[in-house]
Design a protein around this ligand. Sequence first.
Ligand code: SF4
Length: 187
Amino acid sequence: MGEVTSVRVLEGAERGFATTRLDDLLNWAKKYSLFQYPFVTACCAMEFMGLASPRFDVARFGAEAPRFSPRQSDLLWVVGTVSQRNAPVLKRVYDQMQDPKYVLAFGTCASCGGFYDNYTTLPGTDKIIPTDIYVPGCPPRPEAVIDGLLLLQDKIARGDRAPAIVKPRSDIVSPSGLVPLGRKERA
Ligand code: SF4
């Protein structure tokens, strides 16, 4: 059977036109309309609040609106340590979210259990739910989280569901890439 192609003319097309694939158009819409479900359990929450503050302004990326019902959310932010007791709750929240859904592990604890090498802590969200983006750091800086969000949006646009890790940025404070410590000597 041959490929079926349909042409649709949108209102206002007489003033200009653009062509794209339907998948690309839908992915573009998805990437700028993420509705977050914050699953916040521990100290990373402070940075999560910083992310929403005017200084970092996650609203710029169309991903600021929280929905405290999983049925109205498509981006699960796992922020902080997940205990074995909490793990079934996290799994249930994920299961109740609508498709397509995405998971961002915010911080080292959510990504791999962090420094909690014990039987009470889940060693990473990917042990129970598929995870799209891992943001390392204890806690991660809001800039690193924004990198993670941009990475996720880029993957949504390309239809790529492979997991990805945010790489550390080189510090622009000094040419060596290291932040100088101590006071500057007076001349
Ligand atoms: S990664 Fe660090 S800051 Fe974040 S929840 Fe774990 S211990 Fe707290």
